[in-house]
Design a protein around this ligand. Sequence first.
Ligand code: AMP
Length: 415
Amino acid sequence: MNVFVLNCGSSSLKFQIIETDADRIATDSDKQLAKGLIERIGSEAIVTFQVDDRPSLKHAAPLRDHKAALAHVIEWVLNPETKIPGIAGLDDIHAIGHRVVHGAERFTGSLLIDKDVLNGLQECVDLAPLHNPANLKGIYAATDLFGPKMPQVAVFDTAFHSTMPETAYLYGIPYQLYRRFKIRKYGFHGTSHRFIAFRYRKLANKTREETNIITVHLGNGCSACAIKEGRSVDTSMGMTPLEGLMMGTRSGDVDPTVIEFLMHKEGTSVEEVFSTLNKRSGLLGVSGLTNDMRDLQSEAEEHQDRRAILAIDMFCYRVKKYIGSYIAAMNGTDAICFAGGIGENSPQIRQDILSDLDWLGISVDGKRNAEAIRGKEMLISSDKSRVPVYVIPTNEELILARDTVRAVKSLPFPC
Ligand code: AMP
């Protein structure tokens, strides 16, 4: 099957076309045929398309909304000059898999989208006003452009964490607020944590039940996950992706009193304060320079910029604290696995996070750590480390494509 994987953000659209089916899943031989990214939808959008491993093509196009962006993708896919292997017409796309950020308590696994599911997704908008509306736009655009008969599947960022126990997901606020409004921790990046755990099992030759690990996804968004017997038992993001680790532009954990204090002091609205916490905090807010870890590291190295160094130190310290708390919560861990743009590419950040953990018997091998580059699964701990540490490049799109096949063909879903 050729699956069109779609990930719509508020002003972006990411896609891949992946050839996969039950046999390819079993033999790990899924094939990425094409991919692309459209940014700045709503104005002069920046479009990047790529077939196979041919050079990528970049251009600008005025795309007013997600439907126009998706139409632009389809036009490219069908252009005879594009020549995506096995794709001559829209009939060669067999299903669409959508990344949906929030599934609330209702959606605990991937499923085919029908009217009922669409109504449920609308209800989840309340919990994820920044993310789910864009996901819904993608679904509506795909229905219009691929036709109502095209099977479409929703894969939720929250689903992997639906196994968390109450003790982990409830906040210490009046229980009625959970009962009435479902205020609780849901967690995100679920497809990534699930993929990392799956790859760890393969690498370490473990069964799902033997998988007791901590996964750390460090990209522009960051989260950690405690995985016990193959299931998420705790994670750092909360009711929304704002909670937890410090991120590119998100603050992560702050005392909620800061919100009222800021509104009072600056005479601003609650929306403005949340905009600060979501878009102008984290690495960007502390450094005052950038949300991009690579650039921050350059500033720190070349100019010894004090706030760049501070932002990096705070970032690492907070990851270390979460790892420590999950080791306590799980009575130990069999491995720590890093993923995401920062987790996969920055030996320095991995080293800083795991420094001074000798009391726990964790030690990183400098040479192995330096050699771990993007796209490669690597063990980076030293032979004497009590806890193995891995770099495992994540692949959320692959999980999306595979779950789409499973939902369409009614195959079982491994956790
Ligand atoms: P992602 O959201 O997973 O694409 O990750 C984006 C983040 O990864 C940005 O902060 C990038 O600066 C960071 N990143 C990518 N490559 C590197 C690198 N070689 N060293 C440090 N950070 C990197």
